[in-house]
Design a protein around this ligand. Structure first.
Ligand code: SAH
Length: 218
């Protein structure tokens, strides 16, 4: 038997680790396999790209842990015809995963530097159905609403009403809710036929905070 290149072994272990932690949606697993995470991490962290951990990116932010990306994507229950809003583009990794599964992704980032880097990266890698906007994602993207699904990848202290208002009929939203710089609860909201939102508390997570306004710094 010939030895497999280290990179292949790493990618196989990456898939196994996701399955072991309970990710079972085949389309999500395939998307996680398709998107090369090494292109989304900072140059000094390429060797850790397939470790199941969050890693630092520019502007003091982080690219989420792969398990959390896969779990949130699975919980979002996306369908191929969906239009999805992401708040917190960061590296663009979560947006790339979603782009493999839905028709269109709109992603908002408050740091221009991160938004531009993510836009370039997504274009180079061919994820053409993602639009990256610079701005305050807490306000959503009212001009492009409604969205079938909304995912927030920064922790909100309270559920932003502007976002729930932009959910389509039967829409769903997944977001971390809780105090800044502490453990938060991943919450799933599902819009009922009455228009009310059913809330389900999922797992404990730790995200960087959702901050109001576009970042003053680059
Ligand atoms: N989804 C990203 C990880 C995001 S980290 C990835 O896959 O790499 C959270 C990001 O949310 C940070 O980049 C932070 O700048 C951004 N953020 C925080 N508050 C925001 C807001 N109000 N609007 C838009 N982006 C915000």
């Amino acid at each position: 038997m010939t030895a497999q290149p280290a990179a292949d072994v790493e990618r196989m272990e990456f898939q196994l680790a996701l399955r072991r932690r309970g990710i079972s949606d085949q389309a999500v697993l395939r998307a996680m396999d398709d998107v090369p995470r090494e292109h989304f991490v900072a140059p000094g962290f390429v060797d850790s790209a397939y470790a199941d951990q969050a890693l630092p990116i520019a502007c003091g932010q982080t690219i989420s842990q792969p398990f959390v990306v896969a779990y949130m994507t699975e919980q979002l229950d996306v369908e191929p015809q969906h239009r999805v809003l992401e708040v917190g583009t960061g590296s663009g990794y979560q947006a790339a995963i979603l782009s493999r599964l839905v028709r269109e992704v709109v992603s908002i980032e408050r740091y221009r530097t991160l938004a531009e880097a993510a836009r370039g990266r997504l274009k180079t890698l061919g994820y053409a159905n993602v639009t990256v906007l610079v701005g305050d994602g807490m306000a959503g993207a009212p001009d492009l609403a409604p969205f079938d699904r909304i995912i927030v990848t920064a922790a909100a202290e309270d559920i932003p009403q502007a976002l729930t208002a932009q959910l389509a009929e039967a829409g769903k939203m997944v977001l971390p809710v809780g105090p800044r710089h502490d453990v938060q609860c991943l919450v799933k909201l599902s819009k009922q036929p009455s228009g009310e939102l059913a809330r389900e508390n999922l797992i404990a997570v730790r995200f960087v905070p959702l901050l109001p306004g576009q970042a003053r710094e680059l």
